[in-house]
Design a binder for this molecule. Sequence first.
Ligand code: ADP
Ligand code: ZN
Ligand code: ZN
Length: 653
Amino acid sequence: MPLAKLFDYSVPAGMEARVGDRVVVPFGARQRLGVVIESGVTSELPAARVKPIVALRDDAPRLPADWLELMRFLSGYYQRPLGETVISALPPRLRSVKPLPRKALQSASAPWSARFVPNHLLNAAQARALDRMASTAGSFGAFLLHGVTGSGKTEVYLNLIARVLARGGQALVMVPEISLTPQLEAIFRRAFPETRLALLHSGLEDIARTASWLDAARGDAGIALGTRLAVLAPLPKLALVVVDEEHDSSFKQQEGLRYSARDVAVYRAKLAGCPAILGTATPSLETWHNWQSGRYERLELPERAVPGARLPAVRTIDLRHASLQQGLAAPLLAAMEARLKNSEQSLVFINRRGYAPVLACEACGWTAGCARCTARMVVHAVGRVLRCHHCGAESAIPRACPTCGNVDLKPMGRGTQRVEETLAAAFPGARIVRIDRDSARRRAELSHALEGIQRGEADILVGTQLLAKGHDFPGLTLVGVLNADAALVSTDYRAAERLFAVLAQVAGRAGRREQQGEVLVQTRYPGHPLFAALARHDFSGFAESQLAERKSAGFPPFVFEAALRAEAKKLDTAMGFLREAAARARPPAEVRVFDPVPHLITRRAGLERAQLLMQSPSRPALQEFLGLLTTRLFELTPRHVHWHLDVDPIEFD
Ligand code: ADP
Ligand code: ZN
Ligand code: ZN
């Protein structure tokens, strides 16, 4: 296994180091933390070159065999060295040579109780889904829990978890964003007041994260709740895996080990011999295809769970004929006015933060660009700065055009801040709350703002995706959608799938109680079939048409893909490396290797980027090929180039 890159050490007399133990070893001039992967073998190196282990770190439980097996699978599938895979899967504290601080080590004294406090009596559809999934407990099965927004998927998860806990098993529950977990955490704590809950996400302090991880790894925590990285925690009693909002792209890690936590979750369930539940209102087309080809079973929750709550009415506003006030169409403003009079909430969704995406000089055509990226700087009203959303670079807003000296520079287009400004002018006195990555820098602030909205302390919400997912705002009855059109004309074949999902999500915030909600989408393409499907709440119809297009064009899920990417100071260097790689690739007949191309956003943070796409209708054929290719790439050791492989890539810009 060339990718393994294992290092040999001897075990000093009196030390007992077994497979899965964390050890401190000499590495070059320094010491590093390592994990014992094999033991009792004789090294091929001359004895004098094999150094002894310095110390054993037995302050955390030994890494279990099935976890190491998972690591081997990940290393092989995603083509990363095993050592790197194992170390990066540990929480930061456990990667360090230092012993763990006491605080992290307290183990739960009493075994947890499985007492369950249900929120609701399940309705018929929920009960049917629950019974079906519970009937396979103790063996692997992959289920798509396809429930419209507000159909009560959470309640189904909670009931399943209760059954698993009662038998002494652990449940792994993954959600897309950290910002979602405050509300969800409360729901879980209320439902299982006596069960230890391990929270696992990158927003936690190091010690807290380590402590949670240890709770999970020792089997002390009945429930592990977290983001994608939760899928890498050892769970000795794993008996249920839940991935909520499985379509969400945040389940794909975009650096280091580029794993899909959703796919890994299903694989883990297979290893553990337990059910995997993928819940969503808008399944990813991969998951949909897996259902259609018989690998997953689909269970439907076709209606909202709150008695009397209906799905919202979705309509388009034709931008070609509407009168606009700063980008907001008259019918949308009128609908908002009516909500204000009724003391109901409205939400304006725009998928772009900042004040305006472009700062331009109308005299000479100059636009403010980022010096380090092939991208424009975004105007931010707060702090009056230009900021690059790709590398984070910031600069002051220039007083005059650097090319022609014109002092009348204009922000073009709009983002959340500008919409907020427009709405404040249109509805003086209305309480407006903006929620995006800038307003919600800190978790605490965000959850505070969300709670306020829930209590009805806001009239109008303006926000990005961050407002779309999972939240339950009882007073919200109107959703307005701005600039949905960009995705309709995108060259990315996944753009339509993502647009449908985000619109269904954001629409799903409206009318979650008795009052039916309304969704108004501003568009220049009111006749687009995507909007018609959205209005009918017809995900199946939309998925079928998308899949037919994908099939005829030869795109995933009908083929499997991997991207080899290179970054260098000069584009030629990156392209040269990829050409060399392509020349050495020698793919078998079932694998197609495309020509290298620069990324759409060619330069990012000062580096030029290019990629090489590989495709195959056969996953095993692609896997075998990638294994050989990576071995050859490691031999190439190119200078001045960073490269990585992205298996099952989902972003290409
Ligand atoms: P989803 O995750 O499917 O969008 P949620 O799980 O958030 O939906 O549930 C939506 C709302 O329905 C919540 O307020 C929840 O408390 C409520 N709910 C869930 N199940 C039931 C039920 N059986 N009867 C009444 N209300 C329910
Ligand atoms: Zn100019
Ligand atoms: Zn930049």
